[in-house]
Design a protein around this ligand. Structure first.
Ligand SMILES: NC(=O)c1ccc[n+]([C@@H]2O[C@H](COP(=O)([O-])OP(=O)(O)OC[C@H]3O[C@@H](n4cnc5c(N)ncnc54)[C@H](O)[C@@H]3O)[C@@H](O)[C@H]2O)c1
Length: 244
């Protein structure tokens, strides 16, 4: 990780036990950051944190008190909270194995998605913002999905993820006078799971995990000091429509 230096900075990563959250945590550790990995999957989180030498906390992002405790833990232990990235989440029908279409989903599945995909990034921003404001430095990254831009059978997931655009712009406006930036990254299919290779893109493939993580690392870094309130789509052109 020669490209970036995060020495002395402290990052909180949700959904860190797996996929993009794990690789982001690893890259940040390698670039000198104090990383507190947050996840609900206790066993995997412990193993993965040990593997890369990161700190960790069991955290259910559906609970504000868990998130607040994580933010205060990082501030007390490391002295600052410089970066948050909200990866925890996923398409509710898939994660909860509940069929495909919104109109057939049990309401509990819809509630799960709203809480994890939309409400949790709101909670993170609420919990971290004042600390970042007072230290005059911070970056909040939200992770959306291409389904937010295109619409999908998963109306709930599309809606939750598109809500992050309003959150991103609003936190950017609130934070701008105080050195706090907020950006959103919108991935298309990413190979955190092999079946994502079946989702079509004009470029003919799904993203390597690193291709999305690179965008996140860039936005977290001082190289992106003039960027806030913006969304970056990393989707192989999927938002342009289908390729014959
Ligand atoms: N993989 C893709 O193709 C893709 C595409 C677009 C958007 N995304 C979004 O990117 C994010 C990361 O995707 P991924 O494929 O790397 O995820 P993943 O499924 O590999 O990991 C998600 C992590 O979130 C954790 N988690 C779930 N519920 C939680 C809770 N209540 N509290 C704390 N942690 C919880 C899980 O334990 C898991 O470790 C998700 O928000 C997803 O919606 C993914």
């Amino acid at each position: 990780m020669d490209d970036y230096k995060f020495t002395g900075q402290t990052a909180l990563i949700t959904g860190a036990a797996s996929g993009m959250g794990f690789l982001t945590s690893k890259c940040l550790v390698e670039s000198g950051a104090n990383v507190v990995m947050l996840d609900i999957d206790e066993k995997t989180l412990k193993e993965k944190a040990k593997e890369i030498g990161a700190d960790y906390l069991i955290c259910d992002v559906r609970r504000y008190k868990d998130i607040e405790a994580a933010v205060l833990y990082a501030k007390d232990k490391y002295g600052s909270v410089d970066i948050t990235v909200s990866y925890a989440g996923g398409c509710p029908s898939r994660v909860c194995k509940a069929g495909k279409n919104f109109n057939d989903l049990p309401i509990e599945v819809i509630d799960w998605g709203v809480e994890v995909n939309f409400r949790a990034p709101l909670y993170i921003a609420r919990a971290a913002f004042n600390i970042m404001r007072d230290q005059k430095r911070g970056v909040i990254i939200n992770i959306s999905s291409i389904d937010a831009l295109t619409g999908s059978n998963a109306a709930d997931y599309s809606a939750e993820k598109s809500g992050l655009y309003g959150l991103t712009k609003s936190i950017a406006l609130l934070g701008a006078p105080h050195g706090v930036r907020c950006c959103c990254v919108t991935p298309g299919p990413v190979l955190t799971r092999l079946d994502m290779a079946n989702m079509k893109t004009p470029l003919g493939r799904a993203a390597e995990v690193r291709e999305v993580v690179d965008m996140v690392l860039y936005l977290c870094s001082d190289k992106a000091a003039f960027i806030t309130g913006a969304n970056f789509t990393v989707d192989g052109g999927r938002q342009c429509g289908a390729r014959d």
